[in-house]
Write a protein that binds this ligand. Structure first.
Ligand code: NAG
Ligand code: NAG
Length: 918
């Protein structure tokens, strides 16, 4: 959530009201590339012969890496080039200064550990190049000019510095500081060095803010060409299309975590999070690239249509038509060049390769996948109790009530408003009694109040971020004057973690979970609403170096706290706004302060797909839109769409009308209720998909091309996606429509409407009629989905409820699927306490088998099986299991929908069983 205006505390109530209705983002508050000196310099590099050269006579070959000296021939600056072969088709390339004046920041905490090395073999070595091989992949490093070609098998897939846009600004002394007015090394060469003439190189102003830049120009930039790629995806977070656009005639995509008030759609402006991961996809292969840098970063993208002839790419198989290509240019303000190449070749290989580096999302608690009810703010404990009771009264399942900043004692986190929330524990216990949870907000800014224990602890222990002069940094945020915890310091993180312990967080219980907001960090009166880049962190690092991981550090601290709080037993649940590569190991992410407009509903799909392919599967957007008030139709459509997105929470700004579903007319209420209840029926599928995500890294919500990589019409879709490989979702995101055009992939595949069971042939676009109650969702033929169709007040109350299986047959009459079950909350699943079942149907026999040796004593049983796309002729079914023996049960055939229902097979889900149709 976000404040309402830039200078609210100086204004009257009338002014505030005016500011509230300003329509869109104030672009003037945020830099363009032209206003950022390093972006200007890096973007100004012209394609052509690069001035960087490798001295291959210095080549050192180790079992898993090679290393050589590199020089910038324009100014003599020296660098160390390293290439590492990593396991599973991945390479890492690092370039750093040979002997920097000061160490340059190398990003910590994003990787889940040291990447595992692979053996490499030098297969060719001359004065001009060295080629190495690892597994099925090959890399050729060219010395003059420096460029690198990466091959998947024999196919050139990535070319580095092919356009010669590399720039590595070595650290230097400030010109007037050097002795006797002499110029420092390298600045008197024959070539023009624009870092000297750039007025922003050593200090820079933006609006009223001054950046002292004591280290001067330190940018790093490099270009990457993806040969054979139709499109590039990823590098969230932007409110833009899923397939990245050419930035030829606009600003580059910007990665700089910012609290952007009323963000605009369809542009490359920075938002709350940064994940510098790009996936390039073409019809023959998929690759990925991870730019491990936490400083402000800009990324230019060029598509096939706007390519210049790239002379240094000489390795094309000649004769054929020019393959498609995407070029990218990454530019960061500081740090080093540290890049990972995931060579695929299939989309799922790239997802696995990337998540081996930064980790997958741990399986969430079952409740976290259910429905969440939030507002800024539920006024007091009576309000919470009333909303909670109304959920039951109106038959709307809900698992979590949320409290925004107003629940605290004057914005002091870990406290409660003494009047409005005088009985916090009782309030939580009342929720617990219905199987529900509470989430409270904890932001990283700390109120400077000598009556606040956290502020006093932070002052006394020197836990705050400092200004460039070494004083405690003070900025404005929700509480007024605030300071910011220096989360780069491990001691500060563990201090913050300990605040979550039940004995420290008074009033809390194990059923309270955490929302981390404003962690970009948001500083209302800071440059671009964030912290000054010359502020200082633990270890002497500038904020400039670590800005984009501040939110990651915040959630690491929260995760550790929640983990310790339960003695390592319960899985933490956290929601964050700011995020970076690796955030998925700790937290879910939402897309921040959106608006109650159709365009904002539409953008939820590409925004969450972009996060998903960049490793962050647990994504959602505020249902209904945070700013403004949705009309009934938009509100219904938003619930319907979000019911099929991973994180499902409704939220709204404090100035908007209350919008609990029962405040709308009866029809609207019933459509919203139906959408939420539908979500609950599919929770077993969501849970299974998240388990499989943790194991293998494939996104839960995925683009169609993840499953149909060579099907070109799927490449640029922004309005539909798959859940696992099982459901095709194309929500209605436009007003007043009576049909939607849906692309069904797979000429060999069939799809079944989950409501009507109508069968649709894949491989083309079909117009599907819709009414206001319709959510267009289709089950893929060949899959089996498990559902729980008894809907209760909260998901935990359904733990022992029976399952219904939906078997949708493919053109051969077969289907298969999986079902994952455990206790829904603890880490016992890591001790083999779960059930992971393989479900197979081959035309007349459906069976369930354990996929591994794990076991969990589920008391659930099989209530019903529905088989879609089955020809007539079955009269009954024989059910066989160890404890139940062999029994015959009734079946019912619906010839209109060609579906067979097997009634009450009644086998225990924890046992292996077989059902034979006869
Ligand atoms: C808890 O529930 C009881 C019973 O409904 C109610 O009387 C009490 O006020 C609730 N407490 C709070 C703090 O909401
Ligand atoms: C049907 O079976 C054939 C032969 O076994 C197989 O090649 C094909 O992939 C199957 N089709 C589907 C849709 O599974």
């Amino acid at each position: 959530m976000r404040w309402v205006g830039f200078t609210v505390w100086f204004l009257s109530a009338v002014d505030i009201a005016l500011i509230c209705y300003v329509d869109a983002v104030d672009r003037m508050n945020f830099k363009s590339c032209q206003q950022s000196s390093f972006c200007r310099r890096c973007r100004g590099v012209q394609p052509g012969k690069s001035s960087y050269e490798l001295h291959l006579n210095t080549l050192k070959v180790e079992p898993s890496s090679i290393e050589a000296e590199m020089v910038n021939t324009e100014n003599g600056a020296r660098f160390r080039f390293q290439l590492f072969a990593l396991q599973d088709g991945t390479f890492r390339m690092k370039i750093n200064e040979w002997a920097p004046l000061k160490p340059r920041y190398e990003v910590q905490y994003a990787l889940q550990g040291e990447p595992l090395l692979n053996k490499l073999k030098v297969i060719e070595r001359t004065a001009e190049l060295v080629s190495v091989e690892a597994g099925a992949n090959k890399v050729t490093v060219h010395a003059i000019p420096f460029h690198v070609d990466l091959f998947s098998g024999d196919e050139l897939v990535i070319s580095v510095n092919a356009r010669g846009l590399m720039r590595f600004e070595h650290m230097r002394l400030k010109p007037e500081q050097s002795e006797g007015g002499e110029k420092t090394e390298g600045e008197d060469g024959p070539h023009h060095d624009d870092t000297v003439s750039d007025p922003g190189a050593w200090e820079e102003n933006f609006k009223s803010h001054h950046d002292t830049k004591p280290n001067g120009p330190t940018a790093v930039a490099l270009d990457f060409s993806f040969i054979g790629a139709h499109y590039a995806y990823g590098i969230p977070e932007h409110a833009d299309s899923f397939a990245l656009k050419s930035t030829k005639n606009m600003d580059p995509y910007r990665l700089y975590n910012l609290d952007v008030f009323e963000y605009e759609l369809n542009n490359a402006m920075a938002l709350y999070g940064s994940v510098p991961v790009l996936i390039a996809h073409g019809s023959t292969h998929t690759v990925g690239m991870f730019w491990l840098n936490a400083a402000e970063t800009w990324v230019d993208i060029l598509g096939t249509a706007d390519q210049n002839v790239v002379s240094s790419i000489v390795n094309f198989v000649s004769g054929s038509a020019t393959p498609p290509q995407v070029d990218s240019h990454f530019m960061s303000e500081s740090g080093i060049i540290d890049t990972f190449f995931m060579l695929g070749p299939k989309p799922k290989d790239v997802f696995r390769q990337y998540t081996k580096l930064t980790g997958t999302a741990p399986l969430p608690q079952y409740f976290a996948l259910a429905h969440h009810q939030c507002r800024w703010n539920y006024n007091d404990q009576d309000d919470v109790r009333n909303v909670d009771n109304k959920m039951d009264e109106y038959d709307i399942p809900n698992d979590v009530m949320w409290l925004d900043i107003e629940h605290t004692d004057s914005k002091k986190y870990f406290t409660w408003d003494p009047i409005k929330f005088s009985q916090a524990t009782e309030m939580i216990n009342n929720l617990t009694a219905k199987g529900r949870k509470l989430v409270t907000i904890v932001d990283p800014h700390i109120k400077r109040d000598s009556n606040y224990f956290l502020h006093n602890d932070a002052e006394n222990n020197d836990y705050y971020v400092k200004t460039k002069d070494g004083k405690v940094f003070e900025g404005w945020c929700w509480p007024g004057s605030s300071s910011y915890l220096d989360l780069l310091n491990p001691e500060v993180r563990s201090y913050l973690s300990s605040q979550y312990l039940l004995q420290n967080y008074h009033g809390s219980t194990l059923d309270l979970y955490i929302w981390n907001d404003m962690n970009e960090p948001s500083v209302f009166n800071g440059p671009e609403v964030t912290m000054h880049k010359d502020c200082l962190h633990y270890g002497g690092w500038e904020h400039r170096d670590i800005h984009n991981i501040y939110g990651l550090l915040h959630t690491i601290s929260t995760y550790e706290g929640l983990l310790q709080r339960s003695g390592g037993k319960l899985r933490p649940f956290i929601l964050t706004r700011s995020h970076y590569a690796g955030s998925q190991r700790y937290t879910s992410v939402w897309t921040g302060d959106n608006t109650a407009e159709w365009g904002h509903l539409q953008i939820t799909i590409p925004m969450c797909l972009s996060l998903s392919v960049a490793g962050i599967s647990f994504c959602g957007a505020d249902v209904g839109g945070f700013f403004k008030s949705p009309d009934a139709e938009l509100f219904v459509r938003w619930y319907q769409a979000a019911a099929f997105q991973p994180f499902f929470r409704t939220h709204s700004h404090i100035d908007t009308k209350r919008r609990e579903p029962w405040l709308f007319d009866e029809h609207t209420l019933s459509f919203i209720r139906d959408a939420i209840r539908k979500r609950y029926s599919f929770l077993p599928l969501w849970y299974t998909l998240f388990f499989e995500h943790e194991q293998g890294g494939a996104p839960v919500m995925r683009p169609l091309w993840a499953e149909y990589p060579s099907e070109v019409p799927t490449f640029a879709l922004d309005d539909e996606y798959l859940l696992g490989d099982k459901l095709l979702v194309h929500p209605v995101v436009h007003p007043g429509v009576s049909d939607v055009s849906i692309y069904f992939p797979g000429p060999q595949d069939v799809w079944y409407d989950i409501d009507t069971h109508r069968k649709i042939q894949g491989g083309g676009t079909v117009k599907i009629p819709v009414t206001i109650s319709k959510i267009p969702v289709f089950q893929k033929g060949g899959t089996i989905i498990s559902k729980k169709e008894r809907i209760r007040r909260s998901s935990s109350l359904t733990h022992h409820d029976p399952y219904t299986l939906f078997v949708a047959v493919d053109r051969n009459g077969s289907a298969s699927g999986t079902l994952y079950i455990d206790d829904g909350q603890s880490f016992d699943y890591r001790k083999q306490k779960y059930l992971y079942l393989s479900l197979e149907f081959n035309g007349n026999k459906l069976s369930s088998r354990y996929l591994d040796a794990a076991w969990y004593p589920s008391r659930s049983w099989l209530e019903r099986v529905v088989i879609l796309g089955l020809p007539p002729g079955v009269t009954n079914a024989q059910v066989e299991s160890k404890s139940g023996g062999r029994v015959t049960v009734e079946t019912m055939y619906n010839s209109e929908t060609q579906s067979l229902t097997v009634r009450k097979p009644a086998v225990s889900i924890a046992e292996e069983w077989t059902i034979v149709l006869q």
